[in-house]
Design a protein around this ligand. Structure first.
Ligand code: SF4
Length: 327
């Protein structure tokens, strides 16, 4: 598998990562059904690059974000940060990791404490994790506000005094406070007006260039992913079913699920020979995923082996992996 050995420049390398949650009422944990939210994923992100995880809601992309933020512990598998196993850090290693890996969430309204002034919100990580004086924190907060396109005096205001786009800028400033290396962007623009989205995406790109930041972008909006990402993994029922460099994936989607997602999101242009594929049926439950290929009940291309045999990963095109019997 392409990511098992990993490349030397990978900041983050995820290896066979799984998160299974027990569900139901069985008394003994071994009798309980398991919800396989993340079920053996592999990917890596090179320093300074943006990797996108895309898929319908419930596909496991947000659980992946929580695992990497150490908000959940993996059931199996691991991930490496700067070559170190991030599931085996000691206390100091974990403290450094948590400073180096920050997040920006979808809903800037819900993620900002409405009773705190913005200066306190942005400065909080510095108060908790650094030995900076109050004056130094105030000065740093002012710099961060300017860096995200706000003004220093706005540190004295409360979150409700800002627009949605400005609130997301505050969330970005807070994420930057500790000079992180990796930022997890969990649907960072999907709650914003379309007119504001491009501004926030441009801001994130400018900050990435300036600070050599690495991003993991979690999104369901394919246009956002295409705009921001260098490489994209498509998730379905807890697994990555296809991965390629962004332009390769959008120009040459191989997996029937990716093709369906893209045809629904990008209606056919007269010059592009791509039929719109309508997916039928709901996403199956990750508690009882279908036998064989998990996608077979909804797949317009399914054929004889798909119902009974799970497909394995192949590389029909260099640096383009897909999990499907067609290849
Ligand atoms: Fe469709 Fe079969 Fe490929 Fe699954 S393995 S995506 S059912 S063609």
């Amino acid at each position: 598998m392409s990511t098992q050995n990993g490349s030397n420049s990978a900041l983050l390398r995820v290896q066979n990562l799984k998160k299974h949650f027990p569900v139901g009422s069985g008394f003994l944990s071994r009798n309980k059904a398991m919800l396989k939210a993340v079920d053996g994923i592999n990917f890596e992100i090179e320093t300074g690059k943006t990797y996108g995880l895309v898929g319908e809601s419930g596909c496991g992309k947000s659980t992946t974000a929580k695992l990497i933020l150490h908000l959940e512990e993996p059931t199996e598998g691991t991930f490496f940060f700067e070559g170190q196993d991030a599931t085996e850090f000691n206390r100091e290693g974990m403290r450094n990791y948590k400073a180096s890996v920050q997040a920006v969430f979808q809903d800037p309204w819900a993620s900002l404490n409405p009773r705190m002034r913005v200066g306190g919100i942005i400065g909080e990580p510095l108060e908790v994790n650094s030995t900076m004086t109050k004056g130094a924190i105030k000065s740093r907060v002012g710099d961060l506000l300017e860096e995200v396109g706000l003004q220093q005096y706005q540190a004295n205001l409360f979150p409700h005094e800002f627009s949605g786009g400005q609130r997301q800028r505050i969330g970005v400033a807070r994420a930057l406070a500790l000079n992180p290396k990796l930022i997890i962007l969990d649907e960072p623009v999907s709650a914003l007006d379309v007119s504001i989205r491009a501004q926030i995406m441009n801001l994130l790109e400018d900050l990435q260039d300036e600070h050599n930041l690495t991003y993991l972008l979690i999104a369901h909006h394919l246009a956002t992913v295409r705009y921001m990402c260098d490489k994209v993994g498509v998730m379905y029922l807890g697994r990555i079913v296809e991965e390629a460099e962004t332009e390769e994936l959008y120009d040459n989607p191989l997996h029937p699920y990716t093709r369906a997602l893209m045809s629904a999101a990008l209606p056919s242009h007269p010059d592009i020979d791509r039929e719109e594929i309508i997916l039928t049926g709901e996403v199956p439950s990750p508690v009882n995923p279908p036998e064989g290929c998990h996608f077979h009940p909804r797949c317009p291309s399914r054929f004889e082996p798909c119902e009974d045999n799970a497909p394995v990963e192949s590389h029909p095109v260099p640096d383009h992996r897909v999990v499907c019997h067609l290849y």
